[in-house]
Design a protein around this ligand. Structure first.
Ligand code: SME
Length: 165
């Protein structure tokens, strides 16, 4: 049994440090990317409060051989399966290779609403050898839920996962 439980009194930075350590321990030595993404989505759900969706989109190809984002393991309601690179918050992160911290999803041009409850969103790219291979997407029902501390913490997680998903 794995029993990774965050201490509720931790500040955000320390909470993410513990999340990254737990993710590192759970994925170390496991070559299956789906297993690793599934466990990390569950860990994020345990460690990060006030979320309604947490999970992965991977860069894959469509029938025409064009790159796009494809839904990966997640916790939350069923979501959009395929997102063009450059579309929505996830597509913007994949295209730019940069973290997208969105305080109000309704104000983000082209935001893709998979769950009408989502009000704010944080998307961090996962890169390998300089190329974006996936994004980690967090949604919250609370407006302006995510801070720079969340962004830095999730980026540290993306770094650990780079070669494991
Ligand atoms: N809102 C995202 C789509 C994915 S869902 O939030 C799970 C976007 O605009 O890219």
């Amino acid at each position: 049994m794995y029993d990774f439980k965050p201490d509720q009194t931790l500040d955000t930075a320390e909470r993410y440090r513990q999340l990254v350590d737990a993710a590192d321990a759970l994925t170390s030595g496991e070559p299956d990317p789906v297993a690793n993404m599934a466990n990390v989505a569950a860990l994020i759900w345990e460690f990060v409060p006030d979320l309604n969706w947490a999970g992965f989109y991977r860069v894959g190809t469509n029938a025409e051989g064009v790159d796009e984002l494809v839904l990966g393991p997640f916790v939350g309601r069923p979501a959009c399966i395929r997102i063009p690179i450059g579309a929505g918050v996830c597509g913007a992160a994949a295209k730019s290779g940069e973290t997208q911290l969105v305080e109000d999803v309704h104000a983000f041009p082209g935001h893709i609403a998979c769950d009408a409850a989502s009000r704010s969103e944080l998307v961090v790219p996962v890169s390998r050898e300089g190329k974006v291979v996936a994004v980690i997407d967090l949604d919250s029902p609370n407006p302006a839920r995510f801070t720079e501390a969340d962004a830095r913490g999730l980026e540290a997680l993306a770094e650990v996962l780079s070669a494991r998903i």
